[in-house]
Design a protein around this ligand. Structure first.
Ligand code: ZN
Length: 51
């Protein structure tokens, strides 16, 4: 509940730290860009397809 809430976001795909201006927010996650989102979504899909 503090002002330390201003936490750095990292790209869920490549784990690069993101600045507010260039993050890409999708499905409750932050990404560098659309390409990283797509790569991540694909990974998730493959993982869930395995079980
Ligand atoms: Zn990324």
């Amino acid at each position: 509940m503090g002002k330390a809430e201003e936490k750095r976001k990292n790209c869920l795909n490549c784990n690069k730290s993101l600045r507010r201006i260039d993050w890409y927010y999708r499905n409750n996650g932050y990404f560098c860009n659309k390409a990283c989102f797509k790569a991540y979504a694909k990974k998730q899909e493959e993982e869930s397809a395995q079980s």
